[in-house]
Design a binder for this molecule. Structure first.
Ligand code: HEC
Ligand code: HEC
Ligand code: HEC
Ligand code: HEC
Ligand code: HEC
Length: 190
């Protein structure tokens, strides 16, 4: 066993007290600067308390997110597709963190693989579909949603209605032909 000289251990004690004081002070006054890995996005920047999203020893949890983003809030605030999609996520108890992130800076997009809708609202008006998953399997991929097309009556019906114009690989962007959201399509002579 070796012993520290008394003055050395005194200095260590003082430094320890100062360090704990600094951490306590920082935790109270500026927890994000001290503990968080980066700034919150603009969507959540005004959430001052970390425990609105974080649970002790668990990190950010679904329960916390759902306190603000409940199925009911999705129903009233989001479009039909997004709402139904999240209803399924909630029912299946999928982790929100599989697709959402935080602390990447004020301007960061906190949704991975944001659903890209090439059809516009037109798809719902024209077909009576109420969600993307009426025609697609909506697995959020790394980059964009994998647009796996279902083989069901709705998709078959849609393909038939185009009088030949609706062939797979050709009609993803409805508004290219249905200009201005019109169902009638002017025949082009070419
Ligand atoms: C709007 C919700 C939200 C708030 C508020 C929030 N965080 Fe987070 N935090 C997250 C999410 C989501 C992740 C996971 C990010 C990922 O894995 O991409 C995370 C990750 C972290 C991590 C990385 C370790 C881990 O648990 O994954 C730390 C550390 C952290 N947050 C600290 C803080 C601190 C400190 C505050 C308060 C200043 C805070 N967070 C406020 C949502 C939040
Ligand atoms: C204290 C309430 C609160 C909590 C907790 C919370 N959020 Fe939010 N969230 C908001 C508000 C407010 C907005 C901004 C709404 C708006 O822009 O209309 C928002 C916006 C979002 C958005 C939309 C971003 C966009 O691109 O438009 C996503 C995604 C999101 N939150 C995910 C999460 C996740 C995941 C968690 C849990 C880690 C979480 N939120 C926790 C209040 C909260
Ligand atoms: C499988 C991927 C995935 C999971 C899991 C997921 N989300 Fe999302 N979330 C998305 C996508 C993609 C969007 C963007 C939809 C769009 O812009 O059309 C989104 C959008 C949102 C929005 C913005 C809603 C709006 O009207 O713009 C909120 C809030 C949100 N998610 C919260 C959550 C919460 C809370 C959870 C966990 C219960 C969760 N998400 C789980 C993929 C996911
Ligand atoms: C009524 C059926 C139907 C609905 C509802 C529908 N789609 Fe589609 N979607 C299609 C068809 C048909 C195609 C064309 C596939 C092809 O051309 O091979 C397509 C193609 C796509 C593509 C591929 C586009 C490209 O650039 O190649 C994406 C992405 C997509 N849809 C996303 C969505 C999203 C997001 C929603 C919900 C907002 C949605 N779809 C709703 C029928 C539908
Ligand atoms: C290449 C051009 C083209 C594209 C792209 C296209 N359509 Fe069509 N669509 C047509 C033509 C041509 C017709 C049949 C002629 C008509 O009814 O005027 C038609 C007919 C329809 C009809 C039946 C209209 C009626 O009066 O009964 C619907 C519904 C429809 N399209 C929906 C869609 C949707 C949804 C998309 C995108 C997924 C789409 N179309 C993309 C050319 C197109």
């Amino acid at each position: 066993m070796w012993c520290l000289r008394p003055w050395v251990s005194t200095v260590i004690r003082i430094l320890t007290v100062l360090l704990i004081g600094y951490i306590a002070w920082g935790t109270v006054h500026s927890p994000e600067a001290l503990w968080a890995p980066g700034h919150l996005s603009r969507h959540h920047a005004d959430l001052k308390k970390c425990d609105l999203c974080h649970e002790a020893f668990k990190g950010a949890t679904n329960d916390k997110c759902l306190a603000c983003h409940s199925a009911k809030v999705f129903q009233t605030r989001s479009d039909v597709a997004t709402s139904q999609f999240h209803q399924k996520v909630i029912d299946d108890q999928q982790s929100c963190l599989a697709c959402h992130t935080e602390h990447r800076g004020v301007l960061a997009n906190i949704t991975r693989g944001t659903m890209h809708n090439p059809h516009g609202e037109f798809i719902f008006r024209a077909t009576g579909a109420s969600s993307c998953s009426d025609c697609h399997t909506m697995k959020a991929g790394k980059n964009k949603t994998q647009q796996g097309l279902l083989q069901n009556a709705m998709v078959r019906h849609l393909i038939e209605e185009g009088e030949g114009a609706h062939q797979l690989g050709k009609f993803a962007t409805c508004l290219k032909c249905h200009v201005g959201g019109q169902l009638d399509v002017e025949e082009e002579d070419d």
